[in-house]
Design a protein around this ligand. Sequence first.
Ligand code: AMP
Length: 394
Amino acid sequence: MKTIRDLDLDNKTVIVRCDFNVPIKDGIVVDDTRVKAALPTINYLLSKNCKIILLSHLGRIKTEEDKTKYSLKPVHKCLSNLLNRKILFSSATSGTLLSDMVASLKNQDILLVENTRYEDLEGNKESGNDIKLASTWASMGDAFINDAFGTLHRAHASNVGLASLLPSGIGLLVEDELRHLELLDDPKRPYVVLLGGAKVVDKIGVIQQLVKKADHILIGGGMAFTFLKAKGLEVGKSLVDEGHLATCKKIMHDYPDKIILPEDVVVSTSMEDTSLAKTIAIDQFEKDEQGLDIGPKTVATFAPFLHEANTIVWNGPLGYFEKKPYDEGTKSVLNVLQTVSADVIIGGGDTVTAAKQFGFDNRNSYLSTGGGATLCYLEGKDLPGLTAIMKEGK
Ligand code: AMP
């Protein structure tokens, strides 16, 4: 794989695809993990005396109103503070305003371009990998670096398109992420996977692959209820993916000892009124109750698997952790993970946010910036952003 170090970039104008798809509240970046993760590549290019053009998407742009909601201006401020230097900002994503700014760049200038998905409003150009748009961007630089690990599973004009048109390589963040994920190709055993989050549909393919490879898969979060219902249990109003009941049933039938499900859960008849929250055994569900977290017995069941493991991968919070008391399950499992000796890889925006929020800092852990990209890697799927660099990078 060609990396940033394999290209002759001295004094060149380099376009870098970053992943600045970060949570923003009231105009402020609330978790700057992904912005910080881009710094090694930016600093490397500064040391090579480059002119640096940064591209990223943020959220989804379907209407004019989305543009205000998903502007990269808060990221501009965050990045300026982190680098402690002036960063230029182009509010245009194409056209003369942008090309004029690029033309006046000096060495070691950094220009952040507004959300590339603004280009989706007319004809889905960014997300649809429009080659004309990619050519416009390619004409701005001499080389392209893809450092957006979290977007590797997408084929956008700003990653796949650019890699097909310019000498290209991966950035230092992508290199680091891949180094950690490659450990999972031949994991130290026991290899335990912890899965949570809301949607079975996003992770069913990963479960089908990982169940063959991992020693155990511990399932919590909203997705556990599809498995529990598939086992024939009442799960009240909990999240259930009816379309995947049969698949879940088959997985449990084929690998009866590998899938470990919750034994107790925290339920409520109202998501808002937390005074109604109570812990029940898994076979005690009432029809009007929704499962919102794993209970303490389940944490106690999961703990020995985690202690015995030598490799742990975790994706997806184990409950509706944004609201107390449904954060307890996720918090308790993080406390267990704090004391394990295994290599721990945590992926997915929400899971990493939870880990940081609850002060997790196990030395053997790696917090990945990728959610969907990590899952695609684990599923053995092609990552178009990488393939483009392998095939087309010149
Ligand atoms: P995902 O993107 O699939 O990893 O889902 C993350 C989201 O799942 C977070 O916002 C969690 O609050 C939510 N979540 C986890 N467990 C539950 C649950 N039992 N019920 C509802 N939402 C949940």
